[in-house]
Design a protein around this ligand. Structure first.
Ligand code: ATP
Ligand code: MG
Length: 416
């Protein structure tokens, strides 16, 4: 049996990195007043169609959708923002608080061709600052993305940022872009040809070299921005400069989802080949209203954890475990003592591994040596009669006998 194509098991020896990411992110985001939210993995298909947009890759090609037994159209979430906007509305999170700062980490699903850094089930960490139109909110979230990458030892990245204006500005630009691209229609790659009339902005994102060449002379969305858009964007840039956060303005940058406006940004790295974007985000001022909620300007981003892990897995400094024990036992009559010993270890918060093999003591000690434990606690037949226990230091082989009554004290001082 194999796992489904594009899905992987996260095995016990990798899980410590996931836990480390969770712990560090949790700490940093809690400091900044971001609260974790967990939304369902399945949602109504319509939620994504209405928010991500009908002519996007995600909706056209990548959705994991099915009908449930009640004939409802259901989709495994391809991203987090739409679900959070839905949760914000359906739980009326706007009632008591003007601003919601939320974060999430969980699996997302997209039917894509699996390759290095691209899976069908992958994980995103994301944050959403919901309820502020201020450019400071954009800066707050960008700064947090950078800080998260830094504390996770990801140090070679590029922040690219752009403003994609408001709907009106994009509308005017779209017409101009189509007008320009029609002249080269036959030279465009196939995807771009299809997009020309339905979603021309996405052509700017094309990786095709010829299409890219054609785009060099194309009109730029940036030059259609009016003063409000420009002011918002410039203010963000000023703050980034003040914070010494390096960035490039990438005037071709548009995002693959329809709900963005004004700010769009991506963080890329040179370390993982083609799948080089680890973080994508932007402002979405109309999404919540469009889904039936109150007018609520918002901004957020998502980081792909698997891609991030490719970069950081050898750099993450995971604390070595402290004192740990292996419990070996000799003779059937002593087995009940084990629970007492285990309780002491639990109270001292010392890791333990109980030998369950029923082997002789020698074989158990061999296992103890292989187990990575620091010490082996041996409950021997003679010792129990005298209420003793043997402590064997596995590295040196040194051992000593102590009273079980003193075990708590002994282990406690060993640990500290
Ligand atoms: P790409 O251009 O690589 O397809 P995207 O624009 O579709 O990315 P977003 O929707 O912005 O990606 O998602 C944010 C981040 O989630 C990406 O930057 C990436 O790190 C990660 N991501 C997206 N799709 C996948 C996938 N199929 N497998 C692994 N990570 C992914
Ligand atoms: Mg994609």
């Amino acid at each position: 049996m194999q796992s489904l194509r594009g899905t992987t098991d996260i095995l016990p020896d990798e899980i410590n990195m996931w836990q480390e990411i969770y712990t560090k992110v949790h700490e940093l985001l809690t400091l900044a007043s971001y609260n974790e939210i967990r939304t369902p993995i399945i949602e109504n298909t319509n939620l994504f169609k209405r928010s991500i947009g009908n002519n996007t890759d995600i909706i056209n090609k990548e959705m994991y959708s099915f009908q449930d037994q009640g004939n409802r159209n259901i989709t495994l979430r391809p991203e987090g923002t739409a679900s959070i906007a839905r949760a914000f509305i359906s739980n009326q999170l706007y009632i008591n608080k003007q601003l919601q700062r939320l974060w999430y980490l969980g699996p997302m699903f997209r039917y894509e061709r699996p390759q290095y850094g691209r899976q069908r089930q992958f994980h995103q960490l994301g944050i959403e600052c919901i309820g502020s139109f201020s450019p400071m909110a954009d800066v707050e979230v960008i700064r947090l993305a950078i800080n998260i990458l830094k504390i996770l030892q990801c140090k070679t990245y590029n922040l690219e940022i752009n403003s994609i204006g408001n709907t009106e500005e994009r509308h005017i630009f779209k017409d101009k872009l189509i007008e320009y691209l029609i002249k080269y229609e036959n030279d465009l790659d196939n995807d771009s040809k299809k997009r020309l009339y339905i979603n021309p902005l996405r052509i700017l994102d094309s990786k095709d070299i010829r299409t890219q060449e054609i785009l060099i002379e194309a009109p730029q969305l940036y030059s259609f921005l009016q003063s409000n858009s420009l002011k918002h964007f410039n203010e963000i840039c000023e703050h980034l400069e003040h914070l010494n956060i390096e960035y490039n303005i990438n005037k071709q940058l548009v995002r693959g989802l329809d709900y963005y406006n004004y700010t769009a940004f991506e963080i890329k790295t040179k370390e993982i080949g083609n799948q080089d974007t680890i973080c994508g985000g932007g402002r979405y001022d109309t999404l919540i209203e469009q889904l039936g909620g109150p007018k609520t300007p918002s901004v957020g981003w998502a980081i792909g954890i698997e891609r991030l892990l490719i970069i950081i897995k050898d750099k993450l400094n995971i604390e070595k475990q402290g004192l740990s024990t292996y419990i070996a036992i000799q003779g059937d009559n002593n087995k009940k003592y084990i629970w007492k010993i285990i309780e002491i270890l639990e109270n001292c918060k010392i890791k333990f591994e109980l030998d369950l093999s029923n082997n002789n003591l020698q074989k158990q000690l061999k296992k103890a040596n292989k187990s990575n434990a620091t010490i082996c606690l041996i409950i021997g037949e003679n010792e129990i009669i005298n209420k003793n226990i043997i402590i064997k230091y596995l590295k040196t082989g040194y051992q000593e006998k102590i009273q079980i009554n003193n075990l708590h004290q002994y282990l406690y001082s060993l640990k500290n």
